[in-house]
Design a protein around this ligand. Structure first.
Ligand code: NDP
Length: 589
């Protein structure tokens, strides 16, 4: 069925759970679910049914009638002394520079400003949420009881005031990051020094043969140990090789999520092809007796070269971001503070023609590089320990991580909906993460095994494989179930699932894996991370570096995501949390 409204249309959208309409812009229309994604003036995005949307012209007729009868909720609201009149935006990452003084002078129209706020909603229930859907809502009581949003009116005035109002509106759309992340200016400056040091320390520790947990390397490595121009050339070659594979005309082209303008960027999805082609080249290199253990013996130099490349890339990204338009900026990286913005990234989707630098770095050189390094460590183990075959521990680590990366590249387009692509700018944080952190820390188990043999009993191997299998099952099943349910909630294969309906029209699965913990996919990921570390035994904590990092990362990610869900779903989310009390770890957290 063709959609009634088009992307970019300005229409009036009903606020879920009330009969209030606000001016919204249509971002996209999902033909499967028949839902429109719309954006409110304050940046809130929701999905609405067609029946909850009215064209601007028809709404004006209706609102004109209702105003003459003094029945408009907005009119009643103007007499109120609600705290909302003086409240400020609190929930958005970007800020409006609207000032109370200016607002007070503005003219009275039917439009209202809408400000979602995150407040505890213990008194809310989903039922109440739905009962509020009446023709004559009591806005103040709704606001008090749910605490979900504030409404602020504009007052009538002369043309000068109208002009002022226009300026306020323009100001309110100017993007400036006010909520600084990672400890703000000082924290992000610290991260610039801290992250490269952590990786260097880890690499130095892993390469020492019989290192104690707290033993520090005897001395800081010399310049020759850290730098080699040939290795630097190889790193550049690797980046260009992967870029070339990325540009090959294989694989489908898919749409990204709608941008603020409603436009969608196109992405070529051919990561799995790139993995296969790289695999063929590695095979040829081995057959030609190229010594891939060179990667192990020059690992620190590879690290320094990758670090330099990530710094150069971040400088390039920061420099080019000075010419950006508002729409191209990332909400999190435009505070005006040099180190913060350099770290967080100012530009959302840096592109050189059709080449998407962020998407490329997120999925290719680091992820595929991780596997090549693992393989080089496998060969190095055989060489150092004089083995005819790699050890079972090394094989398990290589196979498990190969499966994980291959799975990620097979489902490459899923990354287009993640926070990294949709929200975060591309700056040092992601450039370093993609080019250095992933390939040089995620390989710590294989790297460790080169110099630290680990004997595994058959029973222990079976236990490890079982943990990995369970982890993978939970991870894949949870992700697929949620993705399929989101794409087509009425599919008969979901009939057995219990769900909680929300005011946005989307349901929340509350049975099966999603009824066990609130983030089963994170649980699966963590079980897999555990299975990657166990083959290294229990003599040292270093192989568990990745696991500790993953626990911290997913706990942080979970709280970020739950905050967003509470904003999106209000009381329905609270009901879900009540029904499923554990976030990631059953009976613990
Ligand atoms: P999720 O894939 O878990 O997505 C979270 C979203 O799912 C929510 O915002 C909500 O969005 C929807 N949702 C939440 N609960 C429910 C429910 N009960 N029913 C239906 N929908 C629900 O999060 P991520 O994007 O963070 O993770 C994606 C994958 O990537 C995960 O498997 C994670 O483990 C993995 N990952 C791995 C990392 C690693 O280094 N190993 C790092 C980061 C992620 P909405 O309602 O809008 O659809």
């Amino acid at each position: 069925m063709p959609s009634k409204f088009q992307s970019g249309d300005t229409v009036m959208g009903r606020w879920p759970g009330s009969s209030l309409y606000y001016e919204v812009k249509v971002l996209s229309h999902d033909t499967d679910t028949q839902l429109y994604t719309v954006i409110y003036k304050d940046g809130t995005e929701l999905e609405l049914k067609e029946s909850d949307i009215k064209s601007y012209a028809s709404f004006r007729q209706i609102s004109g009638r209702s105003r003459s009868r003094s029945r408009s909720p907005a009119r009643r609201r103007s007499r109120s002394r609600s705290p909302a009149r003086t409240s400020r935006r609190s929930s958005s990452r970007t800020s409006s520079r609207t000032t109370e003084g200016k607002i007070d002078k503005l003219k009275e129209v039917l439009e209202v400003r809408l400000t979602p706020v995150v407040l505890p909603t213990e008194n809310n229930s989903n039922n109440q949420h739905e009962k509020e859907d009446t023709n004559e809502p009591n806005i103040e009581s709704e606001q008090r009881s749910s605490g979900r949003y504030n409404l602020r009116r504009r007052k009538d005035g002369d043309p000068k005031q109208a002009e002022e109002m226009k300026k306020v509106d323009e100001d309110s759309t100017t993007l400036k990051t006010e909520e600084l992340e990672f400890g703000g200016r000082i924290g992000t400056f610290g991260m610039l020094l801290f992250l490269p040091s952590v990786v260097l320390l880890l690499l130095l520790q892993v390469s020492i043969k019989d290192t104690g947990l707290l033993a520090l390397p005897a001395s800081f490595p010399s310049a020759e140990v850290l730098w080699d121009w040939q290795v630097f050339g190889l790193v550049i070659f690797w980046l260009f090789f992967q870029a070339l594979l990325y540009m090959l005309p294989f694989g489908k082209v898919v749409d990204g999520m709608p941008l603020k303008t409603g436009k969608k960027l196109k992405y070529r999805v051919n990561g799995f092809h790139a993995l296969l082609i790289t695999g063929v080249f590695v095979g040829i290199a081995v057959q030609q007796e190229m010594d891939l253990t060179y990667i192990h013996t020059h690992f620190l130099q590879f690290y320094s070269s990758a670090l330099i490349m990530s710094v150069l890339l971040s400088i390039y990204l920061y420099t080019r971001s000075r010419l950006l338009s508002e729409e191209e900026r990332a909400p999190s990286g435009n505070s005006g503070y040099l180190f913060h913005d350099f770290f967080m990234g100012r530009e959302l989707n840096p592109r050189i023609r059709n080449f998407d630098v962020k998407f490329f770095c997120e999925m290719r050189p680091g992820l595929i590089g991780w596997l090549v390094i693992n393989f080089a460590m496998l060969l190095a183990e055989m060489k150092v320990q004089k083995l005819d075959f790699p050890s079972p521990a090394m094989l398990l680590v290589n196979i498990f991580q190969l499966l994980w990366v291959a799975d990620g590249l097979w489902h490459e387009e899923k990354i287009l909906t993640t926070m990294d692509i949709v929200h975060d700018g591309f700056g040092f944080m992601l450039a370093f993460g993609d080019l250095v952190w992933v390939p040089f820390t995620f390989t710590c188990q294989a790297h460790y095994l080169v110099n630290h043999p680990s004997e595994l009993s058959k029973l222990f191997v079976a236990v490890i494989i079982t943990i990995k299998g369970i982890g993978y099952y939970i991870f894949r099943k949870a992700n697929s179930q949620k993705n399929n349910f989101r794409r087509n909630p009425s599919d008969p294969s979901h009939i057995h699932l219990k769900t909680i309906s929300t005011a946005t029209g989307k349901g929340l699965i509350v049975s099966g894996l999603w009824g066990f913990v609130r983030h089963p996919n994170y649980l699966g990921d963590l079980l897999m991370g555990l299975a990657w570390s166990l083959p290294c035994g229990f003599r040292h904590a270093l192989p568990y570096f990745y696991l500790v990092y993953l626990v911290l990362l997913l706990i942080h990610r979970n709280s970020r995501d739950e905050l967003q869900c509470r904003k999106k779903y209000g009381s329905a989310w609270d009901e879900y949390c009540k029904a499923v009390p554990y976030r990631i770890f059953p009976w613990i957290y």
